[in-house]
Design a protein around this ligand. Sequence first.
Ligand code: TYC
Length: 105
Amino acid sequence: MNDSTTKPKTRTRTRTKTKVERPKLHKVILINDDYTPREFVTMILKAEFRMTEDQAYKVMITAHKLGSCVVAVFTKDVAETKATRATDAGRAKGYPLLFTTEPEE
Ligand code: TYC
């Protein structure tokens, strides 16, 4: 008696399932401070985040009153680049204006 008579032949097949996950979006958050002029914050929001005067003013005043405000959501790279550019624009004028980022739930 040999192996072929005693053992049922089985084969394992491997299937690859490709899973595409949506990249997590990241929030850009505007942080309030006591020194940056309101008009400057509004101007930066318009320039860097393509907001209208109305939208920019609402975001600025929300951060002013509550301490922070979500500006917009982007892919990680775009959020970080925009937050850095906007923060640097304030620093160039000597303001402590700060934009941070955090991943969405
Ligand atoms: N609090 C600032 C002022 O009274 C204005 C301001 C608003 C600054 C929002 C930063 O994220 C900010 N001049």
